[in-house]
Design a protein around this ligand. Sequence first.
Ligand SMILES: Nc1nc2c(ncn2[C@@H]2O[C@H](COP(=O)(O)OP(=O)(O)O)[C@@H](O)[C@H]2O)c(=O)[nH]1
Ligand SMILES: [Mg+2]
Ligand SMILES: [Zn+2]
Length: 293
Amino acid sequence: MNQGTVIKAYNSFYYVQTGREVITCTLRGRFKQERFSLLVGDLVRFHHTTKENGVIEEILPRRSLLKRPMIANVDQVLLTFAAANPDIKDILVDRFITLAELSGLPAVLCINKMDMADSAIINNTADKYRQIGYPVILVSARQAWGIEQLRNILHDKVTVFAGPSGAGKSSLLNALQPGLTLTTGEVSKKIGRGKHTTRYAQLLPLEAGGFVVDTPGFSFTEFTDIEEHDLMRCFREFLPLLPTCRFSTCLHLKEPQCAVKDAVAAGKLSSERYDSYVALITELRENRKGYKK
Ligand SMILES: Nc1nc2c(ncn2[C@@H]2O[C@H](COP(=O)(O)OP(=O)(O)O)[C@@H](O)[C@H]2O)c(=O)[nH]1
Ligand SMILES: [Mg+2]
Ligand SMILES: [Zn+2]
């Protein structure tokens, strides 16, 4: 039996990448009732019916499951921002980091358009996030700066590209591997008989090994179904201080004797990050009020 990764689903066909080939597969009958249980990103075992076709016999256990978009076995999220045009905004970075934390996936920050940036300011921002524990790379798709470093981060992993539109995600994918998005555009044309719509995101295979997902779907639309404490936990630098807060349920807002607020006042924690936290929890509460009406 062969093994491969489902890179795309269309109607009841699954496109399985194995080595450098893509095999068009259907599902063995007994799976058909659970049609939606097979996702892009799943590792499967299949056998060939022809050279280019096959039948999926087994879905291997998942390492992870990303819900929006639905993809199995994602390893990391690459959060891409523009250093300039538009200028990077801390609250936007913190919003995307929070999303990555909520999904349980490791995040890497990628700051693009360094050819247009004031590097002193951006280095400051980068250091702020590195101190909290997020890897940060500074790149320019236009000048091909940092592309080798980006390639190393992506190697043999499944990476979701996320970030605001205009940050340069598509440009970076092109700098990484010219024709990467183009090729898949052609593939989807063939498969979809001219239609470009697919139910799920697709994986784009990297020549050096690994896959990327270029997606606008990683968004904040449903910010209501999060517990306040889960949101707080997304600000990972707060967590070591929580046991020192007077209340074990402290949300670091109006509570007395709060170690987080003390650390912010003493300059030991970034006040910008704290401000982002307050803004996001306020937004969560506002959303909930609107939701209940
Ligand atoms: N100066 C500069 N412009 C860039 C760079 N990368 C992308 N851009 C431009 O930024 C705009 C948005 O890029 P795009 O890749 O479409 O962003 P996406 O929406 O994140 O996919 C385009 O006009 C690009 O030419 C870069 O490294 N430097
Ligand atoms: Mg794009
Ligand atoms: Zn506290």
